[in-house]
Design a binder for this molecule. Structure first.
Ligand code: FAD
Ligand code: NAD
Length: 469
């Protein structure tokens, strides 16, 4: 093995790639990571999870100061929002976390190559040959095992011309430098609702255009209905069941959005948020004989193996929920599989959180999925209206909904709308990982007053014995 040959080369330093690399290094492998962007951390850190949550926090504080502080007897005069300062704060958080990954790489003796990685279709006695190209030229590395962790990009939509100044993807929507008067958001998924929340709280009149007849269509119906009502009450407009046929910059300023059978809109900005697509561009998978599926994803078996020997794929570039923590779990399990022959992810227990205010969170099956698969179930619901801690927060919206097997009482799914739902869902995920029954949760002492008591009460409600509702 020479200095440019590795036990493992990871292409892409997002949450899947960098976490997998660290786990492999912990297990004693000599690891290199190729990342084309200067800052590691992938979509999640650079233009996804972290910057969006930073803006959600800033806009929440502004909105609370404007509309909620007075309830506490706090008077604020001359309140303004400095968008440049808000963006600067966001960028600082991103940079600090990116530097953190660099130091983790140093600590774990992982070599980072900056450039675009691709297969050259050759193997030597040291493994697959990977070319890394950047402005200075090309370097060739060899790896006994390769993990492809190249993530995803925003999905385009026919008729929509993205220019990132007027018609934006989420990347552009994280960089808007003045509060727009009006905005149309195409897609009522996680990105659509989170970014609609950010700009609506800062004063933009936002209209969300969704193809399906509900918001967050893949989540439990009770979450969809509740979130739509809450966000509507917050001032976000919805047009559901609509088909956008065109969106582009308008020569007279702003944008035009054409909707099938409806009046066109003339918003100042448009955000396109209709999902993300696997990113395999430029990897030259053809040199390995790998063919992507109809949605452009790399097919893998249960151990992340592609059809090419010793080549693995994880995260957004393969099937499954496009979530950072799912990519991380893939990374760990794939590294463990390569190094030890063991590695597993339970895809039945991948929580999902939408960081609106209140948040929506879920783990396990929805009620519809249980109905569709004829699994007998019981439902326990508990509203935050009856939770003391929610009252002290001044936000009693939402509920906890627990679904348990009708015969065994095993928890099959938990769905929450409410303050800090994203933190609360961890209890449900842990319980499900230990195959808990609703009664197990019902009999655990929960601190008072906490929002988590609503989970205990929902568990008791499965058996018709909630105390406070
Ligand atoms: P990515 O994070 O996409 O990383 C892939 C990396 O590979 C990138 O850094 C890319 O530059 C690099 N790369 C690609 N091709 C090459 C190549 N040929 N050579 C070298 N490098 C290459 N998920 C959540 O769980 N929670 C959230 O709150 C959340 N919020 C989000 C908000 C937004 C606005 C967006 C867009 C996404 C959000 N996501 C969230 C989704 C999350 O970002 C992704 O699921 C996650 O980043 C996927 O991780 P990954 O490692 O598979 O890929
Ligand atoms: P999404 O799949 O969550 O939502 C896309 C929405 O667009 C859906 O409601 C869909 O019905 C709608 N849609 C599709 N085509 C349409 C059309 N032609 N016109 C109108 N609406 C249309 O995708 P997203 O919100 O773009 O997010 C992309 C990925 O990033 C998702 O996989 C998501 O899980 C992930 N993400 C996660 C978080 C989080 O975990 N909080 C935040 C942001 C993004």
């Amino acid at each position: 093995m020479n200095e440019l040959s590795y036990d493992l080369i990871v292409i892409g330093a997002g949450p899947g790639g960098y976490v997998g690399a660290i786990r492999a290094a912990q297990l004693g492998l000599k690891v290199a990571v190729i990342e084309k962007e200067k800052l590691m951390g992938g979509t999640c850190l650079r233009v996804g999870c972290i910057p969006s949550k930073a803006l959600l926090e800033s806009s929440h504080n502004y909105h609370a100061a404007k509309h909620q502080f007075s309830d506490h007897g706090i008077a604020v005069q001359g309140l303004t929002i400095d968008v440049a300062a808000m963006l600067k704060r966001k960028q600082k958080i991103v940079t600090v976390l990116g530097k953190g990954i660099e130091s983790l790489f140093k600590k774990n003796a992982i070599t980072r190559y900056t450039g675009t990685g691709r297969f050259v279709g050759e193997t030597t006695e040291n493994g697959h040959v990977i070319a890394v190209a950047n402005n200075e030229g090309e370097t060739r590395l060899t790896g006994k095992s390769i993990i492809i962790a190249t993530g995803s990009v925003s999905s385009p939509l026919r008729g929509i011309t993205v220019d990132e100044t007027h018609v934006l993807t989420s990347t552009g929507a994280l960089e808007i430098d003045q509060v727009p008067k009006t905005m149309a958001v195409i897609g009522a998924g996680a990105i659509g609702l989170e970014m609609a929340s950010v700009w609506s709280r800062l004063g933009t009149e936002v209209t969300v255009l969704e193809y399906m007849d509900k918001v967050l269509p893949t989540m439990d119906q009770d979450i969809s209905k509740n979130m739509q009502k809450i966000l509507k009450d917050q001032g976000i407009n919805f047009q559901l069941g609509v088909k956008v046929t065109k969106a582009e910059k308008h020569p007279e300023g702003g944008c035009v959005v054409e909707i099938d059978g409806k009046e066109a809109l003339r918003p100042e900005k448009v955000l396109l948020a209709v999902g993300r697509a696997a990113n395999t561009e430029g990897l030259r998978l053809d040199t390995l004989g790998i063919t992507c599926d109809a949605r452009g994803r790399i097919p893998v078996d249960t151990h992340f193996s592609t059809t090419a020997r010793d080549v693995y794929a994880i995260g957004d570039v393969i099937e499954g929920p496009m979530l950072a923590h799912k990519a991380e779990e893939d990374g760990v399990a794939c590294a463990e599989w390569i190094a030890t022959g063991h590695g597993h992810v339970d895809y039945n227990i991948v929580p999902m959180v939408v960081y609106t205010d209140p948040e929506a969170a879920a783990v396990g099956k929805t009620e519809q999925q249980l109905k569709d698969t004829n699994i007998p179930y019981k439902v326990g619901m508990f509203p935050f209206m009856a939770n003391g801690r929610a009252r002290t927060y001044g936000d009693t919206s939402g509920f906890v909904k627990m679904l348990a097997h009708a015969d065994t009482d095993r928890i099959l799914g938990v769905h929450i709308v409410g303050k800090h739902a994203g933190d609360l869902i961890a209890e449900a995920a842990s319980a499900m990982a230990f195959h808990a029954s609703s009664e197990d949760i019902a009999r655990v002492c929960h601190a008072h007053p906490t929002l988590a008591e609503a989970i205990k009460e929902a568990a008791m409600a499965v058996d018709g014995r909630a105390i406070h509702a």
